[in-house]
Design a protein around this ligand. Structure first.
Ligand SMILES: [Zn+2]
Length: 78
């Protein structure tokens, strides 16, 4: 998985999970828990794939072209 895809997936899960959690406030606790699980699962692509291809360090919120640790170019191409 490419870094950019992992970042997209992470943001997607976070937003969807948050929306489910909010609807859980109206529709019940079960939905709230599902939303919490979904939003927490955003950490899976984050920790597994959101890494520099050169030094393998976490990129965090870095969505730029270069790694903030080693300065290496991050490939976002598919
Ligand atoms: Zn790096």
């Amino acid at each position: 998985m490419k870094v950019r895809d992992a970042q997209k997936l992470r943001d997607f899960l976070l937003i969807i999970g948050f929306v489910i959690m909010l609807s859980g406030c109206i529709w019940g606790e079960t939905l709230f828990k599902i939303g919490a699980v979904v939003s927490l699962s955003c950490f899976i692509p984050h920790f597994l794939y959101n890494k520099c291809p050169h030094c393998k360090k976490q990129l965090g919120r870095n969505e730029g072209e270069f790694c903030q640790h080693c300065g290496g170019k991050i490939s976002y191409s598919h």
